[in-house]
Design a protein around this ligand. Structure first.
Ligand code: SF4
Length: 263
């Protein structure tokens, strides 16, 4: 975990000059977003348009930071692919070191994240920071993102349709970063990253899973643990970091440290 910290890749939602127009919905398991040519200027000849944007072979050689920037600006843009676009304040893309060895994946932005456009701020973010401190993992050695990039109203559970529309962005983030280990925080992230159908979180804890997909030429270990918001609810009467749920998460994160150390 000695890689240098890089500038966070998250940024406030805005409409870039090449803002893609709302597109036809992607079907479940459909084509994930990937670097592609910017939207053509109105009236521009087809021949000229074809020279815009990076050739795909070149894009594969890009740094993780550049891939994430392109994904955020050109692919995600001012995304309107699902109904959550109408109720969000900000798209919450992700934050952290693009060259991170460890990537945390949560469920969806909460109220504070929606306001600030940054994942894991507020009390949940503080608890995550506490866990990282206790294990000696600097937060700037990690990257943090969610399955959904927009907040579901009243923090309700994500709908399957929303996960299907939004998860290709997460998969593209994972391909760009290629972390050594993924940590799923909560049931929705756990089910998505392990590829299992509906399953209680406690049945996913305690073992190392494997993340794989057709566009990724590697398998990435996955550890599933509780979301900090759940731990905060469970441990209301305990000092920070001292509840049973905290202890379970720390056990899981020690497993993550073991993977990073090659154990
Ligand atoms: S949740 Fe994802 S798919 Fe839906 S509008 Fe937001 S960014 Fe787009």
């Amino acid at each position: 975990m000695s890689r240098p910290a890089a500038a966070p890749s998250e940024r406030p939602a805005r409409a870039p000059a090449t803002e893609p127009q709302p597109r036809a919905p992607m079907a479940t398991g459909g084509e994930p977003p990937r670097p592609r040519s910017p939207a053509p200027a109105s009236g521009q000849p087809a021949a000229a348009r074809s020279t815009e944007g990076p050739p795909r072979a070149d894009a594969r050689e890009w740094s993780a930071a550049r891939k994430l920037d392109y994904l955020r600006e050109k692919n995600l843009g001012n995304c309107q692919r699902c109904a959550l676009a109408r109720t969000r304040s900000n798209i919450v893309f992700g934050v952290g070191n693009p060259d991170a060895e460890i990537m945390f994946v949560g469920e969806a932005p909460g109220q504070q994240e929606d306001r600030q456009g940054i994942p894991f701020v507020g009390r949940a973010g503080e608890r995550l920071n506490l866990w990282l401190d206790m294990l000696g993992i600097p937060r700037d050695h990690a990257y943090i993102a969610n399955v959904l990039k927009c907040r579901p109203p009243n923090n309700r559970d994500p709908e399957p349709e929303e996960v299907a529309r939004c998860s290709p962005f997460l998969r593209a983030q994972i391909r760009a970063i290629r972390p050594k280990v993924l940590v799923a925080l909560g049931r929705f992230a756990g089910c998505l990253l392990t590829g299992v159908a509906e399953r209680p979180l406690y049945q996913m804890r305690g073992r190392v899973w494997s993340y794989q997909e057709e566009k990724l030429d590697a398998r990435i270990p996955v550890v599933v643990t509780y979301h900090p918001s759940y731990v905060l609810r469970q441990g209301r009467d305990s000092p920070p970091g001292k509840s049973d749920a905290d202890a379970q998460v720390l056990t899981d994160l020690r497993q993550v440290v073991g993977i990073l150390r090659g154990a």
